[in-house]
Ligand binder design. Structure first.
Ligand code: C2E
Ligand code: MG
Ligand code: MG
Length: 538
């Protein structure tokens, strides 16, 4: 107990000493502060004793009498016993309350926990059944929390959860319940609303509340959430079903780009089973040789010469057909499977390049995309070395593509990793450039050889003046930094002409060729060599 008596005198003395104290006549006691008050009330004798739990004073009880009374040893002895008995009782009560609190609350955030939520839900369900009311269950999952927790450390993650919980609580009314279900998952129960629009407002309020950056331990951190909503009685008659369906809706919200909310609908179930089937299958896809690489040619704009190719992974799924990376790379990242898959891509891409070069006798650079997880993996350099030595490919025939966002996340360690790769003689390209808001100065610090202008800027040139300006600026910047610049996603002659006129070195895109299997690419190389020979002769 943190209470400390503020006034001096009897109570304070007893509180501090932990022993009873007896004053025969307060009007003659210099230490007694309230002498005048006592005199007015006609009081003389006083004694007080502490309520003790062990050595800790929990309270002080004070008694007065009208007569002047000398200390009574047997009474003093008795109040010692009474004080300690009351103390034990109070301590037990406190312990029980603590226990109840711990059993019903999440210790980290102080929000109700799953157990308490269940209790409240049962109560609310009763009400809803009796009075034919609706209720909404919101399942909220923080986006990228695991990543933040892993990279910035668990103490930081804990603080972030506490802050997020405090903001969430403010988005709800007193009568609503929000609980933490563990990890970065929160569940809210909204009772008593008149229309779904009210629930939408709550979801929007939550997303809005999280939008402001979190400033913690000198770091600024951005957090978003995905929310799935199920409604009673439409989406489930009991807690288990409502929760399951809200959870499914959350998954869908994440798939649709995160930072949004979705109401559950029946079709989501089918979609989910297909997804789970896909995820389970991804586990063994590498062993079953279900991945293949396609190659997208890179072409020098001035000469039309193929200088290399980008390796793009595909998954040959037995039921779903050929799947593009967007269908599985995200899950491979989340599950960690990207590490062995990425290592496989490196080895196969290097081996293919070596074979191709021996066939066509022209130098070729193969570009391999690295994922964020791979980039941060401590065995990355070892895997690269292995791919090069197994294939006997020269290091300068391998280029690694790293996105701007990956580099900017932690610039110091990025620089170390990139310097390590560079020192092996491997080329480095910055992928999807222009989407990550990095400044010219920050790019200069890293040992990049090449900048790839993101497809989103190329798409609308030369019509869109903003995209034209950005593309021109990136090309000019690349020139001044003496970097090679390549445009991705070129689909039209107009785009290509624009890029050529403005000094872009290379391009790739469907205008020239779509990504294709190694065999087709090999054939294309032979034809391209012929075209070049003709061009040179002409
Ligand atoms: P990215 O590295 O930016 O790759 C370019 C993507 O744009 C490829 O999509 C390519 O097929 C597509 N593309 C190229 N030219 C055009 C065009 O003219 N028009 C249009 N509409 N699209 C074009 P893809 O193969 O679906 O790959 C998507 C992303 O998946 C890649 O973006 C890359 O980030 C990732 N990815 C692909 N392969 C791998 C891999 O082996 N490992 C990792 N970690 N990521 C990969
Ligand atoms: Mg790429
Ligand atoms: Mg790209």
């Amino acid at each position: 107990m943190t209470f400390q008596p503020t006034h001096r005198g009897l109570v304070r003395q007893v509180w501090m000493s932990g022993t009873p104290h007896w004053i025969p006549d307060v009007s003659r006691d210099e230490g007694f502060q309230r002498a005048q008050l006592a005199a007015r009330a006609g009081l003389h004798g006083a004694f007080a004793f502490p309520v003790l739990a062990g050595n800790v004073t929990l309270a002080v009880l004070e008694f007065f009498s009208r007569e002047i009374r000398n200390p009574d040893p047997s009474l003093l002895q008795m109040v010692r016993v009474i004080g300690s008995q009351i103390g034990q009782f109070m301590a037990r009560k406190q312990a029980e309350e603590n226990l109840l609190y711990v059993a019903t609350h999440d210790t980290l955030t102080g929000l109700p926990n799953r157990y308490m939520f269940n209790q409240r839900f049962a109560h609310a369900l009763n009400n809803a059944q009796r009075y034919r009311k609706t209720m909404a269950l919101l399942f909220l999952d923080l986006d990228r929390f695991k990543f933040i927790n892993d990279t910035l450390g668990h103490p930081f993650g804990d603080r972030l959860l506490q802050e997020a919980a405090a903001r969430l609580r403010m988005c709800l009314r007193e009568s609503d319940t929000i609980a933490r279900f563990g990890g970065d998952e929160f569940v809210a129960l909204i009772e008593d609303f008149s229309e779904p629009g009210d629930v939408i407002s709550v979801a929007q309020k939550i997303l809005h509340a999280l939008r402001w950056p979190f400033m913690l331990q000198g770091e600024t951190c951005h957090l978003t959430a995905s929310i799935g909503i199920s409604l009673y009685p439409n989406d489930g008659a009991d807690f288990a079903n409502l929760l399951k369906n809200a959870d499914i809706a959350t998954y869908r919200a994440k798939e649709q780009g995160k930072n949004n909310y979705l109401f559950y609908s029946g079709e989501m179930n089918d979609h989910l089973s297909a997804r789970i089937a896909k995820e389970t299958r991804l586990q063994g896809a590498l062993e079953r040789n279900e991945f293949i690489l396609h190659y997208e040619p890179k072409v020098e704009i001035n000469t039309g010469r193929i200088t290399g190719m980008e390796a793009l992974i595909r998954w040959q799924h037995p039921d779903l057909g050929l799947l593009p990376p967007v269908e599985f790379i995200g899950h491979a990242e989340d599950s960690g499977l990207i590490i062995p898959i990425g290592a496989w891509v490196l080895r196969i891409a290097c081996a293919h390049n070596q074979t191709l070069q021996s066939r066509v006798a022209t130098p070729l650079t193969v570009s391999v995309n690295l994922s964020a997880r791979q980039f941060e993996d401590k065995h990355l350099l070892r895997e690269i070395e292995r791919a090069l030595s197994e294939s006997s490919l020269k290091p300068n025939c391998l280029e690694l593509e790293i996105t701007e966002t990956m580099v900017m996340r932690d610039t110091q360690s990025s620089k170390k990793i990139l310097d390590g790769i560079k020192s092996m003689g491997i080329r480095l390209a910055i992928d999807d450039f222009g989407t990550g808001y990095s400044s010219l100065a920050s790019i200069k610090r890293f040992p990049f050889d090449c900048i790839k202008i993101d497809r989103s800027f190329i798409k609308d040139i030369p019509q869109d003046p903003d995209d034209v300006a950005i593309t021109q600026a990136i090309i000019a910047m690349a020139h001044s930094l003496r970097l090679k610049v390549i445009a991705e996603g070129v689909e039209t002659q107009e785009q290509l002409d624009f890029l050529g006129e403005h000094g872009c070195h290379e391009f790739q895109g469907y205008f020239f060729r779509k990504p294709q299997p190694a065999e087709d690419f090999s054939k294309l190389l032979r034809d391209n060599a012929g075209t070049l020979a003709l061009a040179a002769a002409g």
